[in-house]
Design a protein around this ligand. Sequence first.
Ligand code: HEC
Ligand code: HEC
Length: 326
Amino acid sequence: MRVLKKVLAATAATIAALALLFVVAVLLRWDRSYDAPYPQIHASSDPAVIERGRYLAYGPAHCVACHTNDAEQDLVKAGATPPLAGGYKFDLPVGHFRTPNLTPDVATGIGNLKDAELARVLRYGVLPNGRATLPFMELHDLSDEDLTAIVSFLRSQPAVRRDIPKQHFNFLGKAVMAFAIKPAGPTSAPAKTSPAEAPTVERGAYLANNVANCAGCHSQRSPMDGHYTSARFSGGMTFDLDHDTKHVLVTPNLTPSKYGRITPWSEEQFVGRFGAGAGLEGTHMPWKQFQRISETDARAIYRYLRTLPSSDFNPGPSLQAKKKEG
Ligand code: HEC
Ligand code: HEC
């Protein structure tokens, strides 16, 4: 008996020591600083470049869908284009997070940040203070041309003073930051220019993957660290609805399979659908922003989606009864 007690005590002490080590490791590692190169991006005051950035921010790249506050969200859905002063809150199992103010205000916005610091956030996923960004933005493979356009547009906005509360990570969130989230960078050497605006598969691939982040919602992903648990574009991500607790929205499969939503659609139908805006109430898809996508770019996206590997995953209809927890 005495031996057993000793063994048990030793085991308990080991577990306690390991748990303590884990907690210490999390606390030391969760907000550690990463090194990443500073892209050679310089804001331009050329009106054509700024206009290009505005098209991306309020259109395909939909920055405005996140970088506005709760009060502005309904206006944005109705077509307003307020400055990107931030404040929208995401409540997640790992904490609650607000989008930063991206207007040139010195005290609360990006006024004190260098062009290269802003460009580094988008290309390498490293914030100005060195922490890895949460995986909300997949803009790592933007061309230099578009990155320049976006930074130039951000600089051209009126300064809005809006203090955004600090991000709150709970312990689980800190553990995820410490061990699962690493800054994501470009998948290949960044291109200087974007594919020309023409209805080509190449242009569509660039828009769908590098700008509009279609796969970010049209795939299944971990609610903890956002990693992909299914084939990209195969659908199945579930969103709660604010106005209706009995239903959820589920993203459709966009691949050319028998379960693909757009498989029976003609190119004209697809272009028409993108021009029509939101259908389902409370949808998270930034339809209003995508309505601003040019017809040529919508054709390019359709042609690209047609070339995706087919996935036989069936996410079901977009509006579904919510499954009981557990
Ligand atoms: C799906 C929501 C979403 C979209 C779309 C989005 N962002 Fe963000 N952005 C965030 C969140 C959330 C953060 C905070 C990340 C963190 O704290 O790790 C952030 C942080 C940033 C930062 C860091 C600012 C700072 O001061 O630390 C920049 C710069 C930025 N976003 C620019 C953009 C631009 C430009 C676009 C459009 C091209 C964009 N974002 C689109 C959610 C989004
Ligand atoms: C922020 C999340 C999000 C992003 C980004 C997003 N979608 Fe969606 N999408 C949804 C949701 C949720 C639905 C289901 C509800 C609805 O139809 O609005 C949906 C529905 C759709 C539908 C079906 C519409 C219908 O009438 O049946 C198509 C087609 C579609 N998305 C294509 C795309 C394409 C192409 C992109 C990129 C250019 C994209 N989505 C980006 C969330 C998103």
